[in-house]
Write a protein that binds this ligand. Sequence first.
Ligand code: ADP
Ligand code: MG
Length: 327
Amino acid sequence: TQLVNQIAAGEVVERPSSVVKELVENSFDAGARQIRIDIEQGGARLIRVRDDGGGIDKEDLPLALSRHATSKIATLADLEHVASMGFRGEALPSISSVARLTLISRTEGSDCAWRVAADGTERDFDPQPDPHPRGTTVEVRDLFYNTPARRKFLKSEKTEFEHIQTLVERMALSRFDIGFRLTHNQKEILNLKPAETPAEQEKRIAGICGSAFIDNCVKIDFASSGLELTGWVGLPTFSRSQPDMQFFYVNGRLIKDKLVAHAVKQAYQDVLYHGRQPVFVLYLALDPALVDVNAHPAKLEVRFREGRLVHDFLFSALHRSLAEVRP
Ligand code: ADP
Ligand code: MG
């Protein structure tokens, strides 16, 4: 099982930011309102994610670290399938096979929290009491300590942390209702309060994209024939034009898609500024039946059932919204 876990980890845990992604998604699933992420040495030494979600019952703690009975990886041949379909129920066991993992959790109404631990070879599934408040903390230390070849592939502390920060920013832009705090080597990097009102949301955008962006942007809010586009597009007066400041979410999920990129760029260049890459944070909401966002969870791919319709909607939504503010 350990070998299978480690091979599975090769698929799910590419680098520290992949661990952060799995842990934060678990916190989302647990209904967290506040997520705190502490990183040391780019995540190689420590990744700690704490939430105030529903928690895990004492008797379920060992289960959370065990490969599920219905494991999708019975044989190596299954790996390919899992790699394309995602790892449901595989993340914590996989991570614990290539790091030292501690899981502490407390559910509502429990007198105290309970702690279990697992690392590459040793599993301590006898829960110990802990003063942790309601919610869950997962602590991942010494990633790849027992797979030196993988550890060697980690980039510099700075680069690995940049991957983590980018990921957290992307996730924070998809869940305004959740507060995020990110530290690196005890230094606070992001502190984003839950943002309910439009003003609070713009504050979060400013915290991530810079206040110059929010001061030089057009707010988009457009709906027609069941599709809805909201968000912000930077004006040409906003001079920072980095390709990584293009955030596009479909039903709350960040995607990268040629058709989308084309429609946005076309409308932007038509109306505002030819020859420049637009900067944007945009949210498309549409009938989930019209889109397959799980085509490849790791690759941000998306498949629209009616590509033409989506393209034309985006183009005309942006064209009209931007034309209203054309200088
Ligand atoms: P999956 O999320 O696909 O079910 P994971 O390995 O990521 O698999 O997590 C295993 C289980 O542990 C989850 O199904 C959930 O029950 C529990 N769990 C993990 N993280 C948390 C958390 N932060 N809060 C509450 N439960 C959690
Ligand atoms: Mg999970």
